[in-house]
Design a protein around this ligand. Structure first.
Ligand code: FES
Ligand code: FES
Length: 214
């Protein structure tokens, strides 16, 4: 058995940290910086390099896009990952379309694209070059509400109102598609729009009222 005693930290040269001691702020920063570089790149001799793929990934690809929103032609440059919902809310400040689930399950984000109702949270904005988009902000004609907006008021078809823009845009699509021959059919074709306040009976009546007035 060796009688040699472990080298004490007192014998280390000046400037060298004792590996057995608790990490200091300096050693922590140095360790994380080096290990981070090793994960993302590599070391050649004493020179750190960064993988080219990692470097380019820092800047996400973007695209220029021109589309018409509520009758106004707009050109914008967006990150290719931007959803139509985020384009509307964050770039154009059209916050009427709501982000409920952001996963296609609630319908709060429903808008019309070229006359068809879609979940804007699931739609990549870059795919809509040249499209015509209508949101809840574009539905009224000046001070005159769209008939379905008026019907929602007449039928008292909302409580908190969070789902209402999506319900109305979906209702407009439902009426245009002709799926309003009965309350059951309206329920079926509006089933993608959830209302946590449970206003379904009155929402169906509002769609029914509007369809009857066409
Ligand atoms: Fe788009 Fe729920 S936010 S479906
Ligand atoms: Fe509140 Fe529909 S009115 S979620």
């Amino acid at each position: 058995m060796s009688s040699e005693t472990p080298e004490s930290s007192a014998s280390l040269p000046t400037g060298v940290d004792d590996p057995t001691s608790a990490p200091t702020r300096r050693t922590f920063l140095a360790t994380t910086a080096v290990s981070g570089a090793l994960v993302t790149g590599g070391v050649v001799g004493s020179t750190l390099f960064v993988d080219a793929d990692v470097a380019t990934a820092v800047t996400p690809p973007g695209s220029q896009l021109t589309l018409t929103v509520n009758g106004i032609r707009r050109t914008v440059r967006v990150d290719n990952r931007t959803s139509l919902l985020d384009l509307l809310r964050q770039h154009f400040e059209l916050t009427g379309s709501k982000k409920g689930c952001n996963a296609g399950a609630c319908g709060a984000c429903t808008v019309l694209v070229d006359g068809r109702r879609i979940n804007s949270c699931l739609t990549l904005a870059v795919r809509l070059e040249g499209a015509t988009v209508t949101t809840i902000e574009g539905l009224a004609d000046g001070d005159s509400l769209h008939p379905l907006q008026q019907a929602f008021i007449d039928q008292d078809a909302f409580q908190c109102g969070y789902c209402t823009p999506g319900q109305i845009m979906s209702g407009v699509g439902c009426i245009e598609e002709g799926h309003t021959s009965s309350q059951e059919e309206i329920r079926e074709w509006m089933s993608g729009n959830l209302c946590r306040c449970g206003c379904y009976v009155k929402i169906v009546r509002a769609v029914e009222q509007t369809a009857a007035g066409k």
